[in-house]
Ligand binder design. Structure first.
Ligand SMILES: [Mn+2]
Length: 311
């Protein structure tokens, strides 16, 4: 009899059986020191030789309990991204997850739409693998404790409970911004995020409303564990229309979200990162190199390719 504690993996020559990974990963260390120096992309690649093409990872000694896609809405924060990868890969690997990291970059010169980028990340990640768990993650939030597990529980989980810049306190009860975990099923139930929040703010509260409206509940780890350091950055421009959008949100839940998501992928395979110090540009090709990250550069259908600026 094959219980659900085993599964079969077809390797090149033999059929091997891996036991399901333990419920509590055995090699966690607890409280961590946040590494704030950004390594180069080359250095990152060398640090994580165990990543598969596209920056994917699976534990080698057991079958992961969940397939997790980290979705990072991204613009213009290359240093933060490198710091993020440096800190996150070791944590996710100790947590014995089957994971991929998706950095979703919006074309330049248009207002940032964090929520739409997260919808795009959800759709694009599912085109690659059958992920069952999605962690939507600001690039500037670094976990301080690896007991904060990057998986998806029964109810949507708000993960960035205690942030250093907010004195490690939850600013308000229904907050769902920063880092949040939703299963594929949760995303389908709530029709993903709204696509209508351009500029800073509101989209996370709209998701919080979607969750409640659909009979789900936000769950959280203890603030002793769900701790984060926020990397320093300038404040973004708030969207003056956000309260209005939020207030009328529930009339849009059905028609605004995954159901009406429209975007165009630009620069499908190549992403260019430029280093200011060396004047060098690095080209990362999704799927073809052992990169530490999966990157898609995306822009919404309303804008032209020319809006996407390289170095
Ligand atoms: Mn921030």
């Amino acid at each position: 009899m094959f219980g659900n504690t085993t599964f079969f993996k077809n390797s090149t020559s033999q059929l091997e059986t891996l036991k399901e990974c333990p419920l509590v990963p055995p090699n966690l260390v607890g409280r961590l020191k946040v590494l704030t120096e950004p390594p180069s992309f080359d250095a990152l690649e060398q640090m994580f030789p165990n990543l598969k093409p596209g920056g994917r990872f699976q534990p080698s000694t057991c079958a992961a309990r969940s397939k997790v896609a980290l979705v990072i809405p991204y613009r213009d924060r290359e240093e933060h991204l490198r710091i993020f990868l440096h800190n996150l890969h070791p944590i996710l690997q100790r947590q014995q997850l089957d994971y991929g990291i998706y950095v979703i970059e919006e074309a330049a010169d248009i207002k940032f739409n964090r929520a739409m980028l997260m919808n795009v990340g959800f759709v694009e990640a599912l085109k690659q693998h059958d992920y069952d768990c999605f962690i939507f993650h600001d690039v500037d939030l670094i976990p301080e404790d690896d007991r904060n597990l990057y998986n998806c529980p029964e109810q949507p989980r708000h993960m960035s409970v205690a942030i250093n810049t907010m004195n490690y306190r939850l600013p308000y009860k229904d907050i769902f911004g920063g880092v949040s975990a939703l299963t594929k099923k949760h995303m389908e139930i709530v029709n993903g995020f709204s696509n209508e929040f351009w500029g800073w703010g509101g989209e996370d509260d709209d998701m919080s409303n979607r969750i409640r409206h659909h009979g789900l509940k936000i769950s959280r780890y203890s603030p002793k564990i769900a701790r984060y350091t926020m990397l320093k950055h300038k404040k973004d421009d708030p969207n003056p229309d956000r309260y209005n959008k939020l207030y009328k949100g529930k009339y849009r839940f059905k028609k605004d979200g995954l159901s009406n998501l429209k975007y165009t992928r630009v620069n499908k395979r190549k992403v260019v990162f430029c280093s200011e110090e060396s004047n060098l540009c690095y080209i990362y090709e999704n799927q073809e190199f052992n990169t530490s990250v999966n990157i898609f550069s995306l822009f919404t259908s309303a804008f032209f390719k020319e809006n996407f600026i390289h170095c």
